[in-house]
Write a protein that binds this ligand. Structure first.
Ligand SMILES: [Zn+2]
Length: 134
């Protein structure tokens, strides 16, 4: 029994070390992504302005221009949403670093792979599915 318990401790200790998150790494991911999005957004808003000018000038091409600017607007709002999520994650890292990487709904670990792909994730995969279905 004693030996088993000892082994159990070792396994848990290693697991904890392996699972602890490198917050600096995720912070740099978030900042990098934020910078990318901000430059994307400024490019996009430039494009949208150009397209809107174009719409006024060239009515013959209105249909295709409208669908283009519609797509740009969709990307624009999507990226703005992501930017907000990133800011939330960054302030979380600053104010409550212990809660970063923990699902806000069930309290489970979000998981490294998911955080690397989506460093601003607030929910684990299964909770995200539930949230998106609403
Ligand atoms: Zn969850």
């Amino acid at each position: 029994m004693v030996i088993y318990y000892f082994e159990f401790q070792i396994i848990c200790g290693e697991k904890l070390m392996e699972e602890s998150l490198d917050l600096k790494f995720y912070k740099s991911l978030l900042i990098e992504r934020k910078n990318n999005i901000q430059s994307n957004l400024s490019n996009l808003s430039k494009n949208i302005n150009e397209l809107q000018n174009l719409e006024v000038k060239d009515e013959g091409d209105l249909a295709s221009v409208s669908s283009d600017s519609y797509t740009d607007n969709t990307i624009y709002s999507y990226q703005e949403e992501e930017l907000e999520e990133i800011d939330i994650a960054l302030s979380k890292l600053l104010e409550k670093p212990e809660s970063y990487g923990i699902c806000e709904m069930c309290g489970d670990d979000i998981g490294k792979a998911r955080l690397e792909a989506k460093p601003f994730a607030r929910y684990c995969r299964s909770c995200r599915d539930i949230v998106e279905q609403r």
